[in-house]
Write a protein that binds this ligand. Structure first.
Ligand code: HDD
Length: 702
């Protein structure tokens, strides 16, 4: 065997080299004229290293600058979608399509905190055998504006104000609400942004939406209108507003870390792909225009058909190379998927390619590994900054005879993309259809579909957002809009922000073209409380442990939680091993200094006399439990551990030996009840929040 091949490649790579492959002898001092002399121009290694560093940053995305990525795969369940589309990855169940997903916040800069109130981008690149397909969606099914020409205004208004660059990653400022108060089309989206959907507990616990109406086109050329959905297998779960603000300080990478860790642990996030389909004949059947991106198709009118599943199972190797350089574009489509005339979508079809040119420095970004299709690329495009492909031969034009006409355009029957031949007719106008002018019906529908706690969270969010607005007439204009959504909501918000509810607010305009069409007054699918699956996969549970704890109870719970895909972390005053009375000792994962109750979904306190005596006297422990209680989270304790809960003097809570998950506090002083407590605790964790405790929150000093 060739001797050179026997050395491990890693051994070769251990040597530091220049970008030309030259081994470097010294990396800690630049080349100088004498030991205390000036640096010499001749030091090519210094200059190369410094120049590269000076050019390391690229422009961050104008919106969606902060994001996290993951690889995975998608499988369609069966071939039933053949009726609607010829896209192979949506019709051939034997295909496993590789994907890259990037989930992002919209407003904050690249280094901003994860847990801000914001829309989350949910962009998926499918590397299909027919070319890349990008589904560039959000975790909310509607958008702020109806026409893309308003996008620069929207983004200018929501981003930090230009004179002082404040506030970071927040809509709570005058410019944004000034703009919104003059753009009633945004009100439906605003209701989503003020709801718990804007505070996802985990990227694996949010829905995704393609937002626009797209088309699916089958082999026969028949088109259906479609809306795309991602349904999280873990259900939709959110943080509370108080948690999000505290987490932003304690761990600004909270959602990114959660995604990374769940993939490393094998708790792969999973989403089912859903489609809502209507025929072309049904286009005008509904009390909204299907081309209007500020409207949903209520699931009760048009059911979501679940057609496949995506699993995210691999973290990127390098954040910059993959997550930062990935380039999405709603115009990256494959045969069988096409566009509608939605004016927001039409504008996006221009903007995404345009933005990549500045962000990624030229037209060759599709050659960056994360963007490269698995389908072969053969065309006459050449040159440009950072060209990677070494095209061979002399021919770079078409038609040609010197290369036998290659590459030649294929027919649709050979797998080529052919634009759907839609008949269009009309005057060239800068105007908006009358059918786009209903701005309140679906804002109301959303609000009316919420549970009481969800409604309260929206009211509280209004109070915060508008309370930060300094200009009184902007607050007043917003309250006028809120009246048209819900009078009682407007009254509560108005009191909190110190304005009067105006008398005689004109009723919302309902275009006559939409009267008498198919509609619903309530859509249960809009409440995230109805998405819960009874599963606890991806949740994180804290166990509060000191020396002398009951090791057997903790071990039993830990193994039951892990079986369900949840994670238990041990929190203690200090790092190191904690001794157990029964069972084996355990390592503390975190201390009260390095974590907090806000980072967990539930808390467990095992028994053990010595441990409990210490825990009862520790302010940090009591604060941890009280804060979890205030955030309506499940708490469980067994044996002497119950005394620690008692020591918290929680309002309206008496701990009994009744092992029940009903109130989210599961306790038993009988040591033999360990399994029963664990079972009920898991049920409570599945429920996630016990909102009835919210009314007590002012009584909990945490
Ligand atoms: Fe956009 C990024 C989603 C409207 C222009 N958008 C971007 C990303 C997502 C969305 C998920 C981040 C992609 C990534 O992770 O790299 N955008 C949406 C949705 C919209 C929407 C769901 C409405 C339905 N966007 C929209 C409009 C325009 C843009 C109307 C302009 C006409 N969006 C952009 C952009 C970005 C972008 C400026 C910034 C970085 C990028 O594209 O690659 O071109």
């Amino acid at each position: 065997m060739d001797k050179k091949k026997q050395t491990h490649p890693a051994d070769e790579q251990q040597h530091l080299t220049t970008n030309q492959g030259l081994k470097v002898e010294h990396n800690d001092d630049s080349l100088k004229a004498g030991i205390r002399g000036g640096t010499l121009m001749e030091d090519f290694h210094f200059r190369e290293k410094m120049t590269h560093f000076d050019h390391e940053r690229i422009p961050e995305r104008n919106v969606h600058a902060r994001g996290s990525g993951a690889y995975g795969f998608f499988n369609v369940y069966d071939d039933s979608m053949k009726k609607y589309t010829k896209a192979k990855f949506l019709t051939d169940p034997s295909l496993e399509t590789k994907v890259f997903v990037r989930i992002s916040t919209v407003v904050g800069f690249r280094g901003s905190a994860d847990t801000v109130r914001d829309v989350r981008g949910f962009a998926t690149k499918f590397y299909t055998t027919e070319g890349n397909y990008d589904l560039v969606g959000n975790n909310m099914p509607v958008f702020f504006i109806q026409d893309a020409i308003k996008f620069p205004d929207l983004v200018h208004a929501i981003k930090p104000e230009p004179h002082n660059e404040m506030p970071q990653a927040s809509a709570a400022h005058d410019n944004f609400w000034d703009f919104i108060s003059l753009m009633p089309e945004s009100l439906h989206m605003i209701m989503w942004v003020l709801s718990d959907r804007a505070l996802p507990r985990s990227y694996s616990m949010m829905e995704g939406f393609g937002v626009h109406t797209f088309r699916l086109v089958n082999e026969e050329g028949v088109s259906h209108f479609v809306k795309f959905h991602w349904k999280p297998v873990n259900g939709v779960h959110s943080l509370t507003w108080d948690e999000t603000q505290k987490i932003a300080g304690k761990d600004p990478d909270f959602n990114r870390r959660d995604l990374w860790e769940s993939i490393e642990k094998g708790n792969y996030p999973e989403f089912e792909l859903g489609v809502q389909l209507i025929t072309e004949d049904e286009e005008f059947d509904f009390d909204f225009d299907i081309l209007d991106a500020t409207k949903i198709w209520p699931e009760e009118l048009v059911p979501v058909k679940r057609i496949g599943k995506m699993t995210l199972n691999r973290n990127p190797d390098n954040f910059f190379a993959e997550t930062e350089q990935v380039a999405f574009h709603p115009g990256h489509v494959v045969p069988g998927i096409d566009f509608s005339n939605d004016p927001l979508l039409q504008g996006r079809l221009f903007s995404y390619l345009d933005t990549q040119l500045i962000r990624l420095g030229g037209p060759n970004f599709s050659e960056i590994p994360v963007n490269r299709p698995i389908a072969p690329v053969t065309n006459n495009q050449r040159d440009g900054f950072a060209r990677q492909t070494i095209n061979k031969g002399r021919v770079n034009y078409s038609p040609n005879s010197l290369a036998g006409g290659c590459p030649f355009a294929a027919g649709a029957d050979m797998g080529a993309f052919k634009h759907y031949e839609q008949k269009v007719e009309g005057h060239k106008v800068k105007a908006r259809s009358e059918s786009f002018k209903d701005h309140y019906t679906q804002a109301k529908l959303f609000y009316n579909s919420m549970t009481e706690p969800e409604k309260q969270h929206i009211k509280d969010a209004w109070k915060f957002e508008l309370g930060k607005v300094e200009t009184m007439h902007i607050r007043e204009r917003m309250v006028e809009h809120i009246v048209r959504i819900d009078k009682e909501m407007a009254e509560e918000v108005a009191i909190a922000i110190g304005v009067k509810v105006p008398e005689n607010v004109s009723p919302p305009h309902k275009p006559s073209v939409l009267e008498g069409k198919r509609s619903v007054d309530v859509s249960p699918a809009l409440s995230q409380e109805n998405t819960h699956t009874g599963k606890i996969k991806g949740r994180k549970i804290a166990a509060l442990v000191e020396d002398g704890f009951d090791g057997s109870a903790l071990k039993e719970l830990k193994s039951m939680l892990e079986k369900e895909g949840a994670m238990l972390e041990v929190i203690s005053k200090n790092h190191g091993m904690r001794s157990a009375t029964k069972g084996s000792e355990i390592k503390a994962d975190k201390t009260y200094l390095t974590t907090g109750s806000i980072m967990y979904d539930a808390v467990f306190i095992p028994g053990g006399k010595d441990a409990v005596e210490k825990l009862k006297k520790m302010g940090d422990t009591l604060h941890f439990i009280k804060e979890a209680y205030k955030h309506c989270k499940p708490i469980a304790a067994i044996g002497e551990g119950v005394e620690v809960i008692d020591a918290c003097l929680l309002p309206e809570l008496l701990t009994f030996d009744v092992v029940s998950s009903d109130k989210g506090v599961v306790t038993s002083r009988k040591e033999g009840d360990g399994k029963a407590v664990a079972e009920q605790f898991i049920k409570a964790i599945a429920k996630h929040r016990f909102w009835e405790r919210e009314k007590l929150k002012d009584m909990v000093d945490a």
